[in-house]
Design a protein around this ligand. Structure first.
Ligand SMILES: *Cc1c(COP(=O)(O)O)cnc(C)c1O
Length: 357
């Protein structure tokens, strides 16, 4: 097998999805599985559906196109506002998109009409994180705007927190979203079928709250894929954190001094922290670097320490591990390392099919 490669345990993804679906369904909250960190992988999407996800979301039309071609029989949502230059493609590959701009909505409507159909719209509301979203005072107007477009169907409202500024979802913000849903419903004279409360960062609130109000859906990526909630990066109870493993190959193995020698200036990626330790290190160089992943997001095996990294090399202290050139070392990944590995053209992805117990 080639290295570096990202190994995906699909059973872990299905189990994590099932665990989250089971925790949220008593509260009336569905799970939309977000595939973007796995680059819209069909196998990952199918594992999410096996685990009970009620739909799939991705931020890239390229990924949704692949999923559409697979005929998974589920609702596909484009979870980033379509680019104005991409509305035709967006309408072709997704049933629903998250939106904030009237010019995009008009173009989506026209694109949907050209295809002889209607495109579902969830309007995103700005609730303080300052990424995408319509200001609260403008939501009713935006809803009326969608209602007047023949190619669009207003399905609901949504919000996204804790992505740009780290603003945490809480009861007050979610109550505000629910109240807005009710005013939109009053203005439009019908019930909205989607109230999309947020991403994995909403889990803490959703699981603790005894009143989720009108929130009936969360868009979950990280929680399913890595078993973590992103606010404190705590492991979610009962979830697996081992769905992804990044495997790299040793290309040099030598005992070397712990300290560099010579006049110290900048390294390839700026100023490196001073080397620590002294004496001799059993140093392994792995064929893995910043072009493959985010080295800061790697957890090495016990006893191995990451010492440094550049575009194409990862230097580790092998500790007591008996490593030789050609051996492989497996790392756990965080969200940043996962996203980079999944999208790097240099990293092979290999899905492990479910092992039935
Ligand atoms: C990425 C993304 C999600 C999923 O986020 P996770 O933290 O991985 O659960 C949900 N909604 C939107 C709009 C996103 O961009």
């Amino acid at each position: 097998m080639t290295a570096p490669r990202l190994e995906i345990d699909l059973e872990a993804i299905a189990q994590n999805t099932r665990a989250l679906v089971d925790m949220l369904s008593p509260k009336g909250v569905r799970v939309t599985g977000v595939t973007k960190a796995a680059c819209g992988s069909r196998e990952v999407a199918e594992a999410m559906l096996r685990g009970g996800a009620s739909g799939l979301g991705d931020s890239r039309v390229e990924n949704l196109e692949r999923l559409r071609d697979e005929d998974l029989g589920t609702q596909l949502t484009l979870i980033r506002s379509p680019m104005l230059s991409q509305v035709d493609h967006a309408v072709q590959v997704s049933d629903v998109s998250l939106n904030t701009e009237e010019s995009v909505l008009s173009a989506l409507s026209a694109a949907a009409e050209r295809r002889g159909g209607r495109h579902g719209v969830v309007l995103m509301v700005e609730m303080g994180d300052l990424r995408e979203g319509i200001m609260v005072a403008d939501v009713l107007d935006a809803a009326r705007f969608v209602e007047r477009r023949g190619g669009l169907e207003l399905l609901g409202l949504g919000t996204n927190l804790a992505c740009r500024s780290g603003v945490a979802p809480d009861q007050q913000k979610m109550d505000e979203l629910s109240r807005l849903v009710e005013s939109v419903e009053a203005a439009c004279g019908r019930t909205l079928s989607i109230v999309s409360g947020g991403n994995s960062a909403n889990l803490e609130w959703a699981l603790a709250s005894d009143d989720v109000g009108r929130v009936d859906e969360l868009r979950l990526g990280e929680a399913i894929l890595l078993g973590m909630e992103p606010l404190q990066r705590r492991v979610l109870e009962g979830l697996r954190t081992d769905a992804f493993t990044l495997v790299a190959e040793v290309i040099e193995m030598k005992s070397k001094p712990a300290r560099p020698w010579g006049r110290i200036a900048q390294a390839a990626f700026g100023v490196e922290p001073p080397a620590r330790g002294h004496g001799t290190v059993r140093q392994a160089v792995l064929a893995l670097g910043r072009q493959d992943t985010d080295p800061a997001g790697l957890t090495p095996p016990k006893g191995v320490t990451v010492l440094g990294m550049s575009s194409d090399h990862l230097v580790v202290d092998a500790g007591d591990h008996d490593l030789s050139v050609g051996d492989e070392v497996s790392f756990q990944v965080d969200y940043s390392a996962l996203v980079r590995a999944a999208t790097s053209p240099y990293v092979e992805t290999s899905e492990r099919i479910a092992q039935t117990a």
